[in-house]
Design a protein around this ligand. Structure first.
Ligand code: AMP
Length: 396
């Protein structure tokens, strides 16, 4: 049987897709539908013929999926139930309902919909994508893979917020954690690289992309993670503040007269590196810092300071640490972030070798010195492959 899985990540105005060969781990085709619901939309498809772009209005996800089907039919590879073993869907919020992947049926769709209150920006567009894909590929099994599932092993002490527990229960307020598919993939890949069973290892995974989160993984299980009820908590991100005193919200409401929506936009979309120095891309922030921009310099200091604090906290939670793995856009590419965030931690057995760190590797690479107590690695993430693998594993 073929082991090709079409992995779909559907957003409010976009559908990203990748056809993954689970055995080789290779992406056979990929693409993106963009500007759904706007005046003109586009689909860019990369397959055996190279890159093809279509431009036309794309009113909704159904039309977007039809165009994807057409591009596969016209430009390959062939996509039908005989080669497609599953369609895998990324879903951000699975609440405490989904502790693993789920075969999509009407009941699973209803549960994803019911979780929309917790992820109003993510779950509704995921559902639109799932529904469109079920129409487009009615003969293939569809599997939903949740960003939150990996963190369902968090102990109560880690997932419980210290607030009135009646209120917490009534409104499902707890730490859920996100980026779980990446943290799972990277922790396993780290163990594989070290040649040891993941069950025997304590690992801190630092997923540093435009969104960023840290996870403490004990014996293959997530035991602490920095994102919370939503992806706003934790590290400094591209446009999100990460941790702040919640009283900032009341203060802005009372003193600045800002509305709940204004503050939501401020903290989720206008904060982080953007709020600190007007730039979201780390390459731009470093360039500005090197050119003498003091706001960029401070932004980097805040970023490193927060990250180092989480490494220390997770070291304490784990008791001992075998490995620290950097991943995602910044983690995989930014040598400065890796060096500064772990600087001065030699007493904890943590060090980065400057020469080894001067890499942007495509494969897992150790960047700590030989004999270091804690192995520091760069491990490229591959969420699409992990989703595809989970779909295949679920279907047996
Ligand atoms: P992701 O969300 O994982 O796709 O990561 C996107 C972010 O990675 C970008 O916003 C950049 O800040 C960062 N990034 C990508 N390439 C580099 C690079 N060569 N050096 C530093 N940061 C990078």
């Amino acid at each position: 049987m073929s082991q090709d899985v079409l992995v779909i990540n559907s957003g409010s105005s976009s559908i990203k897709y990748q056809l993954v060969d689970v055995e080789s781990g290779e992406a056979i085709a990929s693409g993106i539908v963009e500007r759904i619901g706007q005046e003109t939309g586009s689909v860019t498809h990369t397959g055996p013929d190279g890159k093809t772009t279509l431009e036309q209005p794309i009113p909704d996800h159904e039309v977007g999926m039809d165009l994807v089907l057409r591009l596969f039919a016209d430009h390959g590879p062939v996509l039908d139930a005989s080669v497609l073993s599953a369609v895998g869907h990324r879903v951000v919020q699975g609440g405490d309902v989904f502790s693993g992947p789920a075969l999509v049926d009407d009941d699973v769709e209803a549960k994803i919909e019911a979780l929309s209150d917790l992820a109003p920006l993510h779950n509704p567009p995921h559902l639109a994508g799932i529904r469109a894909a079920r129409h487009a590929f009615p003969d293939s099994p569809h599997v939903a893979v949740f960003d939150t599932s990996f963190h369902q092993t968090l102990p109560p002490a880690a997932y419980t917020y210290a607030i009135d527990q009646d209120v917490a229960r009534r409104y499902a307020i707890r730490r859920y954690g996100f980026h779980g598919t990446s943290h799972l993939y990277v922790s396993r890949k780290t163990a594989e690289t070290l040649g040891k069973p993941v069950e025997d290892l304590n690992i801190i995974v630092l997923h540093l992309g435009n969104g960023a989160s840290a996870t403490a993984v004990r014996g293959g299980h997530s035991v602490e993670t920095s994102m919370g009820l939503t992806p706003l908590e934790g590290l400094v991100m591209g446009t999100r503040s990460g941790d702040i005193d919640p009283a900032v919200v009341f203060h802005l409401q009372r003193v600045a007269g800002m509305s709940t929506d204004d503050i939501d936009v401020l903290l989720n979309r206008k904060s982080g590196m953007l709020g600190l120095c007007g730039r979201t891309d780390m390459r731009d922030v470093h360039a500005a810092d090197e050119a003498g921009d003091e706001t960029a310099h401070l932004a980097l200091e805040v970023y490193y300071h927060r990250l180092k604090g989480y490494v220390g906290a997770y070291y304490a939670q784990l008791g001992h640490v075998d490995a620290i793995a950097f991943t995602a856009g910044i983690g995989e590419n930014d040598t400065e972030v890796r060096a500064h965030s772990l600087a001065g931690l030699e007493r904890l057995g943590i060090a980065v070798d400057a020469e080894r760190n001067a890499v942007r590797p495509k494969v897992p690479t150790v960047i700590s010195p030989d004999g270091a107590e804690v192995t520091v690695l760069v491990v490229p993430t591959n969420e699409e492959l992990e989703i595809a693998r989970q779909a295949v594993a679920l279907l047996g």
